[in-house]
Design a protein around this ligand. Structure first.
Ligand code: DGL
Length: 262
């Protein structure tokens, strides 16, 4: 059981930013990854559809023998983590925008959140703010279009820069000194953001914290793998060739992707 793989999924390639952290922290774990590219982006879709997709993918990953699941997607966590936990008897790690660390880090007392419309509209996000914002002002910014750029492997250039400038400008004007990357696609845009933003603006995301949380849950259940890890398997519910094209940029050069119809 301990040598069974960990199943990770996202609407597309964004979750690879989390998969990288997991592989770095837990090199002995075998990993499975599903990009639900046939349905990307999740950000503007109804929560019911995201819930349905998440269930189908969770079933697929469990059928592959996964001992734990990671929703490497803030939008899917907001829509589906409670439903998945109610249905599947394995550890399920979700993720949400890093409001707590950002409110601790800010000096200006104003924090910005870049995330999908779905995440920002969710009850889970509202509860997160209630719990951790305290006296810090939290300014939110939905970012349509960014996910599509990352899906194409477009991590810099005029279109990405124009979108990033448009989305960060109101946050800077509001006095934010800490920006939360509240979608797993956005860490891939860090270099472009760094070029655009003043150096005092701090960027936070939760990929590394998710990997630590996974390690803690597996350790608690005495389910950490000894290794060696099997080669990572990746699936796409959309165009597997398109996924393979961006893998050298977002994951590894020689990785291959399989087609998945769920
Ligand atoms: N990467 C996802 C997230 O963390 C979803 C992006 C999307 O498909 O809209 O929210």
């Amino acid at each position: 059981m301990n040598e069974a793989p960990v199943g990770v999924f996202d609407s597309g390639v964004g979750g690879l930013s989390v998969l990288r952290e997991i592989r770095q922290l837990l090199p002995t774990e075998s990993l499975l990854y599903v990009a639900d590219s046939g349905f990307v982006p999740y950000g503007e879709k109804p929560p019911e559809l995201i819930c349905q997709r998440s269930r189908a993918i969770a079933e697929f990953l469990l059928a592959q023998g996964a001992k734990a699941l990671v929703l490497a997607c803030n939008t899917a966590t907001a829509a589906a983590v409670a439903d998945l936990r109610a249905h599947f008897p394995v550890p399920i790690i979700g993720m949400e925008p890093a409001v707590k660390p950002a409110t601790l880090a800010t000096r200006s007392g104003v924090v910005g959140v870049l995330a999908t419309t779905g995440t920002l509209r969710s009850a889970r996000f509202a509860a997160l703010l209630d719990r951790f914002a305290g006296s810090v002002k939290v300014v939110t910014q939905p970012c349509p279009g960014l996910v599509e750029c990352v899906e194409r492997g477009e991590l810099s250039g005029p279109q990405v820069n124009a979108l990033l400038a448009r989305y960060t400008q109101p946050l800077l004007e509001a006095g934010c000194d800490t920006l939360i990357l509240g979608c797993t696609h956005y860490p891939f845009l860090r270099p472009a953001l760094r070029q655009l933003l003043p150096s005092h603006v701090h960027l936070v995301d939760t990929g590394a914290a998710v990997a630590r949380q996974l390690r803690a849950r597996l350790a608690e259940l005495d389910a950490l793998a000894q290794g060696p890890a099997q080669p990572t398997r990746l699936w796409s519910s959309g165009d597997a060739t398109a996924l393979e094209r961006v893998l050298p940029l977002l994951w590894e050069g020689n990785a291959t992707a399989e087609s998945l119809s769920v």
